[in-house]
Design a protein around this ligand. Sequence first.
Ligand SMILES: [Mg+2]
Length: 176
Amino acid sequence: MWRRLRASESAGTIYDIDYDRLRALGKRALLFDVDNTLGERGMKTLPERSLRLVLSLVERGFRVGILTNRKRNADDPAVLTLREHIPVIHAAGKPRRSGFRELLAALDAAPEEAVMIGDRCLTDVLGANRLGIYSIQIRSTAARVTADRADPESESECLPTSTADRARRGGCHRGC
Ligand SMILES: [Mg+2]
């Protein structure tokens, strides 16, 4: 079980990821979570820096999509902004595989070409692992780092490297 909760790698924020390296690994499709990944949990407005990054990745030839468990909501400006540019799957039901498959189809990408980027091991990472999708777990929210006050408490407990490490971290609590 723990193996399935372990991301392929982790990153402080979406801005710390080496996307050129992912491309060199043969990755062509980037699946982004929204809350605590592109910005703060529950945000109404997408941080401009996040939108700029997403658009730059599209310009660089990546197929980019959004996979969120947020409910479909006509009054969700953060997600509506993204939908103007890239495919968005709402109410994805992560870690169920159906949402991942739906987004991969929209991006015309195979699982082995894709990377799931999100903060939660029980949804983003587990779902990706179930389909053999490379996963990157975000440790700190973009907004926190943008504010230049990264919170060490936000470091994920869901990246166990050993039994001792798991014990030290106290397991996968905090709804991660
Ligand atoms: Mg999230």
